[in-house]
Design a protein around this ligand. Structure first.
Ligand code: BGC
Length: 396
């Protein structure tokens, strides 16, 4: 029996994503860099040179384009652009403009995240998103970067605000995601919603043709039978509060990796027999379709872009299995009428997974000594899907 194939609509975006701090290296003015180098650090290893994509972005974009993918989602780093308060770096701004130009040169759609977890240390030191003047400082940064975004069609204001709120404003580690999610800080949650709406309005009034939205970490919550109410109470402040805030946006970004069961006392630990990925999460490709359907309902039919989906594995064949099954779930949701504009895989490169280089999410690996890029078969496979607009499994 041959495996089914799934055709996607014309103009569908197929791409891969990264985030500045996770791949660039030496983001020295950021809160994360300070955390990594604190004598009391709680992280396993520092980000250091990361994947050196700050210097190698041309090669990374070329590899993405050569594979057949047509979209690169990347982040710009506030801590590089404004390393000290009101001290803006024109050179760093132009660095990101070069990345946008390089995408255009290779026929790749650049999609830009304005804020992906990390913040300048000066902003964090006085309370981060809890500062009374957080909105004003963020607005000043957003206005500063506007000129380089003039021809960018897809802009994300804030990546996973729900994770930012859970981690008290900008820090994350994989360990806690695998366990139970702490309660979000409501002050930070509200500040992030306000920051998103402000940024969206500022960007839209300057760039009316740009599509502007934010991206949500979707947990594909499941209720243990009889615990539906507990699940809703758990889910709302950790996910739906932020999804609802996207109503009225041009689109919402769905980021899905795993599922979470909620029982009477909150998240139910995984049993030993489930397959786990290198982050310790359950291998559960159906998470994407479930997350897309849930988001479509909660965001009241706001168009969807899948902005992250993937898994950390040392077995690239398993990456293909997971992604193919996730695409099957996505296709079925689209068949049911859900408006999805694209699929962006996490991640283009192995990267700094917030505390460790251990979990390898990349379609491309790299040599630890030389940074030489080592594209994996999954890169060309996903690129072939992009070229034909049809998902297939090469081995089934
Ligand atoms: C984040 C990424 C992260 C990925 C895998 C998302 O939470 O946006 O920064 O690396 O998931 O954990």
């Amino acid at each position: 029996m041959t495996s089914p194939t799934y055709a996607f609509p014309d103009g569908f975006y197929w791409g891969a994503a990264t985030a500045g701090h996770q791949v660039e290296g030496n983001n020295t003015a950021s809160d994360w860099w300070a955390r990594e180098h604190s004598p009391r650090t709680d992280v396993k290893e520092p980000s250091g040179d990361a994947a050196d994509s700050y210097n190698r972005f041309r090669e990374d974009i070329r590899l993405l384009a050569d594979s057949g993918l047509n979209t690169y989602r990347f982040g710009i780093e506030w801590a590089r652009i404004e390393p000290a308060e009101r001290c803006f770096s024109r050179a760093e701004l132009l660095h990101y403009r070069q990345m946008i130009d390089t995408c255009h040169e290779y026929g790749v759609e650049p999609m830009v995240t304005v804020y992906h977890f990390t913040m300048p240390l000066w902003f964090a030191a006085k309370g981060g998103w809890k500062r009374p003047d957080a909105l004003e400082k963020f607005e000043r940064y957003v206005r500063y970067v506007l000129p380089i975004l003039h021809d960018v069609k897809w802009i994300f204001t804030i990546n996973e605000p729900n994770m930012v709120a859970l981690t008290q404003g900008g820090t994350e580690g994989t360990d806690f995601i695998a366990a139970s999610l702490p309660a979000p800080d409501p002050v930070i949650s509200k500040a992030l919603v306000d920051a998103h709406h402000m940024a969206r309005d500022v960007i839209k009034s300057a760039l009316p043709d740009a599509k502007v939205g934010w991206t949500i970490a979707c947990q594909a919550f499941h209720a243990v039978p009889g615990c539906e109410k507990e699940m809703e109470e758990y889910q709302y402040p950790r996910e739906d509060y932020f999804t609802e805030a996207a109503v009225g946006d041009d689109f919402i970004g769905v980021q899905a990796y795993l599922r979470t069961f909620i029982g009477k006392d909150g998240p139910v630990p995984m049993t030993d027999d489930v397959e786990r990925t290198l982050t310790g999460w359950e291998y559960f490709p159906a998470a994407l379709g479930i997350a897309v359907r849930h988001t479509w309902d909660v965001a009241k039919h706001t168009p969807i872009l899948v902005t992250e989906n993937g898994l950390a594995t040392s077995d690239d064949k398993r990456r293909i299995d997971y992604t193919f099954d996730a695409l099957a779930g996505l296709h079925s949701a689209m068949d049911d009428g859900i408006d999805v504009r694209g699929y962006i895989h996490w991640s283009l490169l192995d990267n700094y997974e917030w505390g460790s280089f251990g979990p390898t999410f990349g379609l491309i690996g790299w040599n630890k000594e030389t940074f030489e890029r080592q594209p994996r078969p999954s890169l060309n496979w996903l690129g072939a899907i992009a070229r034909t607009n049809t998902a297939f499994h090469p081995l089934r």
